[in-house]
Design a protein around this ligand. Structure first.
Ligand code: HEC
Ligand code: HEC
Length: 252
């Protein structure tokens, strides 16, 4: 890095004295700013990586785990962070790490936490644990590191999402009755399935192109996902996205 700066300094011969001050000022600014921004970015990411290894790696994988067997998969303690940078909105991620709230009402693997009651299956809340929280500086460093994990950008590039209006009643019927999403996902706190992440914060939490792509190709994101590919056409996916946007922006 330093060599590069010296080199920049030497290829600009400065002959007019008046310009010299300006040029020197300009070069000094570059000299100061380039290494500064470069090194803070790299070190934030590196700090994030160290933190991940210390505090997160015991539960979360961050490399491609699509080839593991189903039994290994069921033993995993947390969702993969392999493609975090293709999935999360960075602002949401940073805030959530400081103040995490439950996303999967039944825990990471709901069957571990189900109890049979007279009214049907219920979640044994006593088995669910709180997610660890980090401080604001750590959250920033972790977010830099996690957002740099983008192995699935090719899938994201296939999507072009433009969000539009949705009709709440029709959207709800579509989500719960026609498309069956509500048997696994909640569309409001306490309404919907418990085996998958809630979707009433999805537009804040996730990148719209990720949502669209996961609905289109769940198995390309996760070959062992429990989510079925319903082979929906473009306009059905668009309607679902508009509905998810409505329930995120204007919860009932
Ligand atoms: C004891 C195990 C454990 C540790 C340690 C842990 N997590 Fe988690 N994490 C989980 C579980 C379980 C979930 C699923 C929570 C939910 O859905 O409510 C989760 C969810 C997440 C999510 C949301 C993932 C998604 O796909 O929805 C992120 C992001 C995350 N953790 C980041 C971290 C980071 C960063 C650390 C380290 C500072 C960490 N976790 C440490 C168990 C853990
Ligand atoms: C049989 C249960 C099931 C059904 C039905 C289902 N999903 Fe899923 N869905 C899942 C599971 C399991 C995941 C992955 C969860 C994880 O990462 O832990 C998922 C993930 C998602 C995600 C990504 C969310 C995230 O936080 O990673 C979106 C978006 C989504 N589903 C939308 C839908 C929509 C829309 C429908 C209806 C067309 C639907 N799902 C139907 C089980 C289901």
């Amino acid at each position: 890095m330093n060599n590069l700066i010296v080199f920049i300094g030497h290829v600009c011969p400065i002959d007019v004295e008046k310009n010299m001050k300006i040029q020197t000022l300009f070069l000094n600014t570059i000299l100061i700013l380039i290494p500064f921004s470069f090194s803070t970015l790299v070190s934030a990411q590196e700090e994030g990586k160290n933190l991940y290894e210390e505090a997160c790696a015991a539960c979360h994988s961050i490399s491609d785990n699509s080839n593991i067997t189903l039994s290994q998969r069921l033993k995993e303690r947390a969702p993969t962070l392999f493609y975090a940078g293709n999935k999360f909105n960075p602002d949401w991620l940073e805030n959530w790490l400081v103040n995490p709230k439950r996303l999967r009402p039944g825990g990471h693997f709901f069957l571990d936490n189900v109890i049979v009651t007279e009214d049907g299956d219920a979640i044994d809340e006593s088995k669910l644990t709180e997610h660890i929280a980090v401080n604001a500086v750590q959250a920033k460093q972790l977010t830099e590191y996690l957002m740099a994990q983008t192995p699935k950008s090719d899938l994201i590039a296939l999507e072009s999402v433009t969000l539009g209006k949705a009709n709440r009643a029709l959207g709800e019927k579509d989500f719960h009755k026609f498309k069956g999403c509500g048997s696994c996902h909640q569309s409001e706190d306490g309404y919907g399935g418990v085996s998958a992440p809630e979707l009433y914060s999805s537009m804040n939490r996730l990148q719209p192109a990720f949502i669209s792509s996961y609905i289109r190709y769940p198995e390309k994101w996760d070959p062992k996902t429990l989510m079925p590919n319903r082979h929906l056409n473009e306009s059905s996916i668009e309607k679902l996205l508009n509905y998810l946007n409505l329930i995120t922006e204007q919860p009932e």
